[in-house]
Design a protein around this ligand. Structure first.
Ligand SMILES: *Cc1c(COP(=O)(O)O)cnc(C)c1O
Length: 411
């Protein structure tokens, strides 16, 4: 549990605790923000950003998530093998080898151009199925998606293809901080394509553009579906916060493996980069960069032990990391050490941890190694389906807005 220090022998060298109650709370906050009738597509790509899709998807479905997004064909297959039914979308692009498996398992896929559409049409015809596709429109992200000028033609092609069902129109936002002139411009372009699709007739798919940052910062809702990843895990990019606040889902722990006393001048770790300035109590932790503890934290990071902060000294190595516990009385072998999370009144947030490592929260959670045991706690309680909408942050409107209404907003 957050804030508690587990006494006694720890069964794992390092473990990530994943709080399902916090996850449920965050999903409810996201749903309240999106508004009634808006579909929440939970993004569980990269094994749920490293937290473990297998441990989360069932709970998410119970919590009212309407669809799940993944990154690859293999991730989609794994969820289907676990028994995940319903709308499952590979958000990006498939490689040729992934096509048949996804089509056989009724996995929906993003489509970026007419070549991909042709491949999908051919494979679906061969398998005697219908390929459900989301036409991805590049409104400014540049990475995937069809250009704005080609989007109507691609959509027309898709609507006319016998083995294609247009399940959605999507775009992706480039600004990690959410609402900005760039985001606004992207949304206006997207709304333009959605309007054109409606005029064209025959399009009845979902429309989706928002990620976590956009959902919590844009003044109005564009689309009928929002794609939420990081917010569900209780973090926000770019230092954004939400009201009501999200709850951190991840905490990350290890234990003291060894305590040593170093004489002044003794050096620690590869390259002997740290030298004991005085007599030093050193604790060695049984995890390293192979577990996802970034090398950039060598000589810069901090951990919590016995409710106090202790600095990481020397380089982080593959299996071990060293901390200076001279200032923390009584540290002994087996003590729980917290890398991300709370101990007593001290707390290290994912965002703060990532900042110290010169990276972002997404990279930290995705980098949690295979040796980090995932422990799921909570989730026995009834899943919260509603959070009182806050007054400070009005929920966006449920109807897709006309482009002109965005013009009234000062970004
Ligand atoms: C990862 C991803 C998201 C989710 O982004 P968050 O910032 O984690 O909410 C949404 N859409 C697409 C296309 C993505 O790849």
């Amino acid at each position: 549990m957050h804030g508690t220090i587990v006494e006694g022998v720890q069964p794992h060298r390092t473990w990530a605790e994943i709080d399902l109650d916090a996850f449920g709370h965050n999903l409810a906050v996201a749903r309240a923000r999106a508004g009634a009738g808006v579909r929440l597509l939970l993004v569980l790509k990269a094994d749920a950003y490293g937290l473990g899709a297998a441990g989360l998807w069932r709970y998410a479905i119970r919590a009212g998530v309407g669809a799940i997004g993944v990154g690859t064909g293999a991730e989609a297959m794994a969820l289907r093998a676990e028994g995940a039914e319903g709308d499952l979308v590979v958000l990006g692009s498939l490689i040729a080898d992934e096509l048949d498996g996804c089509l056989r398992s009724d996995v929906q896929v993003g489509v970026q151009d007419s070549h991909q559409l042709g491949q999908l049409q051919a494979a679906a015809a061969r398998l005697g199925v219908s390929a459900r596709v989301h036409i991805n429109v590049d409104t400014g992200m540049g990475r995937l998606g069809t250009s704005l000028t080609r989007a109507p033609e691609l959509l027309r092609q898709a609507l006319g293809a016998p083995h294609i069902e247009v399940a959605g129109l999507m775009t992706h936002m480039a600004d990690p901080a959410g609402w900005s002139p760039t985001t606004r411009a992207q949304l206006l372009r997207f709304q333009g394509i959605v309007d054109e699709a409606r005029r064209m007739g025959g399009f009845r798919g979902w429309t989706h553009a928002y990620n976590s940052a956009t959902l919590f910062t844009a003044p109005d809702l564009v689309g009928d579906t929002v794609r939420v990843g990081i917010a569900a895990f209780g973090a926000m990019p770019a230092g954004l916060s939400t009201d009501p606040p999200l709850r951190p889902v991840l905490s990350w722990h290890t234990q003291v493996g060894l305590v040593k006393t170093l004489e002044p001048g003794a050096t620690v770790g590869y390259g002997s980069e740290w030298r004991a300035p005085a007599r030093t109590r050193l604790a060695t932790l049984p995890l390293g960069y192979a577990d996802g503890l970034r090398g950039t934290l060598g000589g810069r990071g901090e951990v919590l032990v016995r409710g106090q902060r202790a600095p990481i000294v020397g380089r982080v190595s593959m299996d071990y990391t060293t901390i200076d516990v001279t200032g923390v009385p009584g540290v002994s072998v087996g003590d729980q050490v917290t890398l991300i999370g709370e101990q007593g009144s001290e707390r290290i947030t994912l965002e703060g941890f990532a900042r110290r490592a010169s990276t972002i929260g997404y990279e930290i959670t995705c980098g949690l190694g295979q040796r980090v045991h995932r422990e799921y706690v909570g989730g026995e309680l009834e899943v919260p389906t509603q959070v009182a909408p806050s007054t400070a942050v009005p929920a966006p409107r449920q109807e897709a807005v006309e482009p002109t209404s965005f013009d009234k907003v000062n970004p």
